[in-house]
Design a protein around this ligand. Structure first.
Ligand code: SAH
Length: 233
């Protein structure tokens, strides 16, 4: 992963108590940084045990600000601050119908599940079958059995559950996939990193207007793994 320094794999030694403390400290840090503001996103970050979405030999690094390798080609769990970064900007809210492209570890989907609540709906699509099975196992182990996990190219969305209030792509694309814009409700928001994987990318927010048009703005700079398939690299 270009640009990131990944700590070396090692045997995990931290206890549940250590992780609970680190999670609390991380949430306080995110609030101080101005990245975490909304009540339901905060509650979700406090509740979901990030360490349970990370392979054993990287588990102790769960709350470090680095993406960590997970099973699959080029797959990572994104760094902790990227979740409030995406979810605050997309205004992910109670009862939203949410689509995530790039399931990775399943952590982002679990957070989203907590944020939207029982009347919301979460669909997440992963292209790599090894990663897909890893995420599914993580989500099931923690009781997130109502998150719909699909295997395929997420750039084509998930028509059976569309339209969505919010869509997040968690890999860097070349161009915002047209099928995803189509599957967004009027007033809906889509967030994606955009640009080649060899340098910093634009984090782009697309807001779909009620007349079907859309407004696109760059809200930050990020460094994500590339999206696979025709809309990626
Ligand atoms: N959201 C994840 C992190 C994602 S890392 C988490 O919370 O852990 C990016 C993921 O996108 C990788 O798992 C990669 O396999 C997946 N991916 C890449 N291209 C994709 C595509 N076209 N459709 C769906 N998933 C894709």
């Amino acid at each position: 992963m270009l640009g990131w320094v990944i700590p070396p794999p090692r045997k995990p030694v931290k206890t549940k108590c250590d992780f609970d403390k680190e999670r609390e400290e991380k949430v306080s840090w995110l609030i101080r940084q101005g990245l975490l503001k909304s009540h339901f996103i905060l509650e979700a970050m406090m509740k979901v045990p990030r360490e349970d979405f990370i392979p054993d030999h990287y588990r102790d690094y769960a709350y470090m600000e680095v993406p960590l390798p997970i099973p699959g080609h080029n797959a990572t769990i994104s760094c902790p601050h990227s979740y409030p970064l995406f979810y605050e900007a997309s205004n992910l809210s109670r009862e939203d119908k949410f689509l995530e492209v790039g399931t990775g570890s399943g952590y982002g989907a679990a957070l989203a599940r907590e944020i939207v609540g029982s009347k919301g709906c979460i669909v997440t699509v992963e292209i790599d079958s090894e990663t897909y099975h890893f995420a599914k196992a993580n989500l099931h182990k923690l009781g997130y059995t109502d998150v719909e996990v699909a295997l395929g190219d997420g750039a084509y969305g998930y028509p059976a559950r569309s339209p969505f209030d919010k869509i997040c792509i968690t890999a860097s694309c070349k161009k915002i996939p047209e099928p995803l814009i189509q599957q967004l409700k009027p007033g809906g928001r889509l967030i994606t990193p955009m640009g080649p994987p060899t340098r910093e990318q634009d984090l782009v927010l697309l807001v779909k207007e009620t007349d079907g048009g859309s407004k696109v703005s760059c809200i930050d700079k990020v460094l994500y793994v590339p999206l696979r398939g025709p809309y990626g690299f």
